[in-house]
Design a protein around this ligand. Structure first.
Ligand code: BGC
Ligand code: NOJ
Length: 825
């Protein structure tokens, strides 16, 4: 069952009924100011940091789930009937309804009693504000008199404090109202130099800033008394809950349309110029007034919207494909790239599953997010790399997260995850392959943000590698520390206290828990860095790194192979995990993916064997589960993974982040059909038709789909903020479509099923536009591998890397013929 459809030409997902199985959200903003918006206008806004600069209030895990938002109300002044044009919060019946989520904007449109309201929400580029353009049309044959109300509920900035510290907060709330603009000024009179504002383009018929006055005692947002009565009361909030509510009266001739613009924004003043007049308690509004005025002007707002659309054309234009598979095309061309932008911006901080309070930017998360983002805005990726590297510890290790506002690392979500540093190497490698900007390696970067500790970025990467080499266990495999990529495999934790955090609890000392996953990741990282060193002519360093990688491969060969698949780890006591010797958790997906991606087992048949077992034991129609059999009991020596009911999250769920690793592994093993098959199993668009089962948004990946051990097999959770976005993008574009940036050019190495026939790829790479046509031929029956032959600007070349042009800027035509070796070129 579907709740909407894709509009591919407009790059929108169109939701055609408001009662989606879960709130289906979108993001507003892509720079400093962000908002979440659901298909019924629920959500909230923040400046940079969802915890510390929260503009509007949102109560997570509410009933209904999604309550609190950018709500409008319409009141028919003749009949007294009133409703929400976004359905929530009044849930009034609508004659029609449509929500279009697009690239950085959402439009919700509906009609009731002949009054159509179409509201478009977006954040103009370069601004710290959002524009809501409400277009009200009278579709009746008679004139209509309506009131339109626009509302927000302010958050007292720190979302954590706002939700807990009521003994203080009920007294601190303050507002100013001037020229019809509502200013939220809580704590501005003392240490804050920022404030929020809510303005409206139409002449004001009244306002409210006290929630109690607007809603009425004992009422909620579903039944505001001011709307019922048809009049706000110009209330001024003193403490309690400051809100912004504007009332506008419209008289519309039959067929007439009127635009009313609301602007919600964030502004800062210099610390020494906060007040006007100086020393008063009144905000100096001289800087902000022109900004507000600009966006209340319909033409300016419209052109800002056009600029946003153009910007997205540019970003998405760096890679576009045309194949005969619409799921592949729309995810690669639009939605997967878009989700990569969102994860790059927000890491794991704010979604309907991440409260915006608990998690800043993850070291491991942000470095992986970059893999799917770097081609869109390489300059921002560069800055991100430098910011993250500056939080790295002198040991080469990492804080597990850092706060976007301060860019400082912290231990709030644990530390000592021994895989963290290696991901930095992968991120830098991806950046260098995309841009060729070797100069970044010489950039001086602090350790632990300590002034004076600057060393070239290159030194950070070496320390990341050495960090692993200095922490090997008895099998020569990397010690796992608190956990590796799998946050829930806590082999040193031994937690038996209810409620204790698996992420931060003091670990037990003296164990020898090792990770085969980190071993595979290390091989990839060391080989990447060796290639970079070689590229810069540093032969000794390149050889050292190759030798380190080879040593790790030998350790995996000796102790990481279980006989039919790669083992997962060794526990605190040195016993294998992910082995035939275990009763539960015999086989895990992660080492099969990462070891094969590292090239281990490709030349001796082990990769193919492991992949066959994955297909047999882990693959389900809804994707590949993380491990089998799922753990049925809590096991002290394993930690959080065994805490989840079987089939959910890391305990046997389809943890989607890992699936692309298997797509890449299948591609590397020469099984293009297998790679594509796995790709489609979790592709959200390909699951659209089962939206009643999947339940999350059909246009973005979710972190998890419940596995077969769960009663809700196929149900997705935790959409949007997941490494799934970047890795699926990498798998689809670089391995399945096979257009892969490398240090010395663009490699064309498609792994598409033969029935794909011919596909077209447009790729902007280092300033040059590549127009690529791939023709897939059926493979030979004898199973001999197919090869890719390239014709570049009409001339056959003998490698599958298109060499870089002498001068970038032009266009290069590439024809790639994929098929059995004897196919004539
Ligand atoms: C979740 C993981 C997550 C970790 C860190 C765990 O409860 O299951 O997926 O990475 O918390 O926040
Ligand atoms: C989600 C976390 O954000 C990510 O860092 C981790 O790798 C996965 N969970 C797996 O545990």
């Amino acid at each position: 069952m579907r709740y909407g459809h894709f509009d591919d030409d407009r790059r929108e997902y169109v939701i055609t009924r408001p009662d989606t199985p879960l709130p289906w959200i979108n993001y507003l903003g892509c720079e400093d100011y962000f908002g979440i918006i659901s298909n019924t206008a629920g959500g909230y806004s923040f400046y940079r940091d969802a915890r510390l600069r929260r503009l509007t209030r949102y109560r997570y895990n509410n009933a209904p789930l999604d309550l609190g938002g950018r709500y409008l109300y319409v009141r028919d002044e003749e009949s007294g009937d009133s409703w929400s044009p976004s359905w929530q919060p009044t849930l009034s019946e609508l004659d029609d309804y449509e929500c279009r989520h697009g690239m950085g904007y959402t439009t919700i449109s509906s009609k009731r009693a002949g009054i159509r309201v179409e509201t478009r929400y977006f954040v103009p580029l370069g601004e710290t504000l959002e524009v809501w353009r409400a277009r009200v049309t009278n579709e009746r044959s008679a004139p209509a008199r309506v009131s339109l109300f626009g509302t927000v509920e302010f958050c007292l900035w720190d979302a954590q404090d706002d939700a807990t510290n009521f003994q203080r907060n009920y007294s601190t709330g303050e507002v100013e109202v001037e020229d019809g603009v509502i200013y939220h000024t809580t704590e501005y009179r003392e240490r804050r130099d920022h404030f929020a504002y809510f303005a409206c383009s139409a002449p004001s018929a009244g306002f409210d800033t006290s929630r109690d006055a607007f809603l009425g005692p004992y009422r909620g947002w579903d039944r505001p008394v001011a709307v019922e009565r048809g009049a706000t009361s110009d209330s001024i909030a003193h403490g309690w809950q400051p809100i912004g509510a504007h009332q506008v009266r419209l008289v519309l001739a039959p067929g007439e349309t009127r635009d009313v613009i609301f602007v919600l924004g964030y502004a800062e003043n210099p610390k020494d110029a906060k007040f006007d007049p100086p020393g008063s308690g009144t905000i100096d509004k001289r800087r902000v007034r022109p900004v507000i005025a600009r966006y209340l002007d319909p033409d300016a707002a419209e052109s800002a919207f056009g600029a946003l659309r153009n910007r997205w054309d540019g970003w998405l234009g760096s890679l576009q494909v045309v194949t005969d598979n619409s799921h592949l095309d729309r995810m690669v061309n639009v939605w997967n790239a878009y989700q990569c932008m969102v994860t790059f911006n927000l890491s794991r901080s704010a979604s309907l599953y991440e409260s915006g309070i608990g998690r800043g930017m993850g070291f491991r998360d942000s470095t992986q997010d970059l893999l799917g983002f770097v081609h869109m805005v390489p300059e921002r990726a560069r800055q991100r790399i430098l910011d993250i590297a500056a939080t790295q510890l002198p040991t080469g290790g990492a804080y597990h997260q850092y706060q976007p506002l301060t860019k400082r690392g912290n231990d709030a979500v644990g530390s000592g995850f021994n895989d963290d540093p290696a991901w930095l190497v992968l991120a830098v490698a991806a950046y260098l392959k995309e841009t060729g900007d070797l100069a970044i390696l010489d950039e001086p970067v602090e350790y632990d943000n300590a002034p004076g500790s600057e060393r070239p970025l290159d030194d950070h990467l070496r320390r990341a590698i050495d960090y692993t080499l200095e922490r090997l266990g008895p099998h020569g495999l990397p010690l796992i520390g608190r956990a590796d990529w799998n946050d829930c495999l806590n082999l040193n934790c031994f937690s038996d206290t209810p409620g204790e955090s698996f992420q931060t609890t003091q670990n037990r000392d003296g164990g020898v828990a090792e990770s085969v996953f980190i071993a595979g990741l290390f091989v990839i990282a060391a080989n990447e860095l060796a290639a970079i060193a070689g590229h810069r002519g540093d032969v000794p360093e390149s050889e050292r790194l190759r030798a380190a990688a080879a040593g790790m491969v030998a350790a995996v060969d000796a102790h990481g192979w279980d006989g039919e698949w790669f083992r997962r780890a060794y526990d605190f006591f040195g016993e294998p995990i992910g082995s035939v010797l275990n009763d539960e958790g015999k086989i895990f997906i992660e080492p099969q993916g990462i070891c094969i991606m590292a090239g281990i087992g490709l030349d001796d048949g082990r990769a193919v064997r492991a992949l066959a077992v994955v297909r047999e034991r882990l693959a389900t129609p809804h994707g590949i589960v993380l491990q089998q059999p799922a753990f049925t009991r809590y096991e002290l020596r394993l930690g959080e993974i065994s805490s989840y009911p079987p089939g959910y999250k890391e305990n046997g769920g389809v943890f989607c982040h890992t699936n692309p690793w298997l797509m890449i592994a299948e591609a590397l093993a020469g099984n293009s059909e297998g790679a594509f098959d796995y790709y489609l199993r979790i592709n959200p668009s390909a699951r659209e038709a089962i939206s009643d089962v999947h339940r999350c948004e059909p246009y973005v990946y979710a972190q998890m789909i419940a596995g077969p051990d769960a009663p809700t097999h196929g149900e997705a959770k935790n959409s949007w903020l997941t490494g799934t976005a970047a890795w699926n993008y990498v798998a689809a574009t670089q391995w399945i479509i096979g257009v892969r940036p490398e240090l010395d050019g663009l490699r064309i190495d498609p792994h598409l099923p033969a029935e794909c026939g011919e596909i077209q790829v447009l790729r902007r790479f280092r300033g040059t536009t590549y127009r690529i046509i791939v023709r897939c031929q059926p493979a030979t029956d004898d199973g001999s591998p197919s090869v890719t032959r390239l014709v570049v600007d009409g001339r056959p070349i003998d490698r599958n890397i298109v060499p870089l042009p002498e001068t970038p800027g032009g266009e290069i035509q590439v024809e790639a013929l994929v098929g059995p070796a004897e196919v004539p070129s």
